[in-house]
Write a protein that binds this ligand. Structure first.
Ligand code: RAM
Length: 560
């Protein structure tokens, strides 16, 4: 019965997926050659070559465990667990016979991403049988202390970092094949025999492509801001691999939304611009046949897109990422090469406009990310984001001298129409806020995107942002990704004090709860919130959470 049900689910999923793919492929889309003179197919190979030519070298650092720790259940601690140092010194670990030993947790002292190698040897009598160990690698205390099974998460159970290893003969050196992201390592003996055995050596080869030297903060900088900056830098460095990954534990790949924010933070810290360049080319080369960007792409075993995975807010942000890259580096060649991609994203999004409003009901409707918050109505945030992205894409066109070209010369009018339509259709003049959806939801994100898109005047923006900051019933953000745009909006309309306070409260809140790196999801009201049905599969070192680095180093006078 159980199997039948499973088969039924698989069938439903397949039918749904196929019809979605069909609907998407039947949809009349503009092709890239219709909006620009460049032939997409010819460029794909060239762009992929450029992406590969800008592959960064990884820096390796040898890390050793610094302590043996024990988990203590504590309602006051993040997700109910904290770690305490055990009485056993780490040096003794290598001499401790593991035969019949209770599980041991090693602490690397910080979060690292890389490869684990250890040596196992018998002491005294030679091994007459294999040894079987289970290793669990975890980013957080609760992750190492919570049994993974029964697993209730919606993403693959295999993302969780537990590995069972059988060592046939001793001594032997074991290398865990998968790349690991963790601070804690739990070692359990699953099967053994008469002989004593030890782990003689344990090494973690930590890797990152963040090699530049971040700027020093001013000497009198607030200690909490200093700590937020440090943890943000660590988060970013861990996610900087051969692409800007979203998270080194999960999904370990390039997503446009994450790339944009990581590139901003990188520009104010490690300044590894070739990584940004590689990611921009890679995404362009792997867009769909027509030129619509895939929201996420894989590098291995060979570069390929996650087919049919389009996110409409992300594809528009690509142009903003290219603009910022160009401003930062002056690399006109890359901006010129990739301009048609930006133009396509804008023109394609324009086909979703109905009287100046982004039509969320037009089919096929694309995934709109914005935040990990189920109750967020995304219509008005999307209207604001699209306005913002067209304005930024237009700015890029101006820098390239393309503003008089078709179709770019229409964009100023489009912007004007969108801003007017937002004001007349979505604005509640009485309360001074933008409403979203049929129920007229008031959310932080609607106000933030209308602020960033200059749909609001400065005064209106301040009024709207104040409203959401003070009104408890407002739909509040659920992830650092969304908080980034709230802070950006506060700065944009001159609410500097509130921006600083919010950063201290939100990111400082994670620090107070023991964060070594910033988390993918953080709701101060619910530590175990997960978009995936189980908190252990959340990523605890997540790219889109690193952006205090950008704010603190860009707006020194406000944050340092
Ligand atoms: C998640 C990723 C990533 C985000 C996408 C939309 O699975 O971790 O950060 O950009 O979804």
């Amino acid at each position: 019965m159980k199997n039948f049900f499973r088969l039924f689910l698989v069938l439903c999923h397949t039918i749904l997926f196929t019809s979605l793919a069909q609907a998407q492929s039947q949809m009349p889309k503009l092709s890239l050659s219709e909006v620009s003179s460049i032939k997409w197919a010819d460029k794909r190979v060239e762009w992929l070559d450029k992406a590969q030519a800008n592959m960064p070298e990884l820096k390796h650092t040898l890390v050793k465990p610094v302590a043996i720790v024990e988990g203590v259940a504590d309602d006051g601690a993040f997700q109910g667990w904290r770690m305490v140092k055990s009485d056993q010194a780490i040096e003794n670990f290598y001499k401790t016979s593991l035969k019949g030993h209770a599980p041991i947790i090693l602490d690397l002292g910080d979060h690292y991403t890389g490869y684990v190698t250890f040596k196992v040897n018998h002491t005294g009598m030679p091994a007459d049988a294999p040894v079987r160990l289970k290793l669990t690698f975890a980013e957080l205390p609760a992750e190492v202390m919570t049994p993974f099974d029964p697993y209730t998460g919606s993403l693959s159970r295999a993302w969780l970092q537990d590995e069972v290893i059988t060592i046939m003969r001793l001594p032997d050196e074991v290398k865990i094949p998968r790349r690991i992201a963790c601070r804690y390592v739990k070692i359990e003996v699953l099967a053994e025999s008469y002989f004593d055995f030890v782990i003689e050596d344990f090494s973690f080869d930590a890797v990152t492509s963040a090699t530049g030297e971040p700027m020093a903060l001013s000497e009198d900088c607030d200690p909490m801001i200093r700590r937020i900056n440090q943890v943000g830098l660590k988060t970013l460095a861990e996610c900087m691999q051969t692409v800007y990954e979203d998270g080194p534990k999960r999904d370990q790949r390039l997503w446009i939304g994450d790339l944009y924010l990581e590139a901003l933070a990188n520009a104010y810290s490690y300044r590894n611009h070739t990584l940004t360049k590689r990611c921009l080319y890679l995404l362009a080369a792997l867009a769909d046949e027509d030129g619509y960007l895939h929201a996420t792409v894989y590098e291995y075993p060979t570069p390929m897109p996650q087919i049919n995975q389009h996110v409409h807010d992300y594809s528009l942000l690509y142009g903003v990422a290219l603009l910022e890259y160009f401003k930062e580096t002056g690399d006109r060649q890359t901006a010129e090469d990739l301009w048609p991609v930006v133009e396509y994203q804008v023109e394609f999004a324009r086909t979703y406009l109905k009287d100046g409003i982004y039509d969320v009901n037009k089919q096929p409707a694309w995934w709109l990310v914005f935040d990990w918050k189920d109750d967020l109505n995304r219509a008005t945030p999307m209207q604001g984001l699209m306005t913002f992205c067209i304005a930024k894409s237009y700015e890029l066109a101006e820098m390239l001298g393309y503003e008089d070209r078709e179709p770019v010369k229409e964009w100023e009018k489009v912007l004007d129409q969108m801003r007017r339509a937002s004001k007349s259709e979505l604005y509640d003049k009485k309360r001074g806020v933008m409403l979203s959806g049929e129920q007229g939801q008031i959310s932080y994100l609607s106000q933030a995107w209308m602020t960033l898109s200059d749909t609001f005047s400065r005064k209106e923006a301040q009024r709207a942002m104040r409203y959401v900051l003070e009104d408890e019933s407002t739909c509040y953000p659920g992830s650092p990704y969304a908080y980034h745009y709230i802070i950006e909006a506060l700065l944009h309309c001159g609410m500097e004090t509130q921006a600083r306070e919010l950063m201290l409260k939100y990111w400082g809140g994670m620090i107070d709860k023991g964060a070594d790196t910033f988390w993918e999801v953080y709701d101060p009201k619910d530590d175990k919130r997960s978009p995936y049905g189980m908190h252990v599969v959340n990523s605890a070192c997540h790219a889109w959470s690193c952006t205090p680095v950008y704010f603190i180093n860009k707006y020194k006078h406000i944050f340092q």
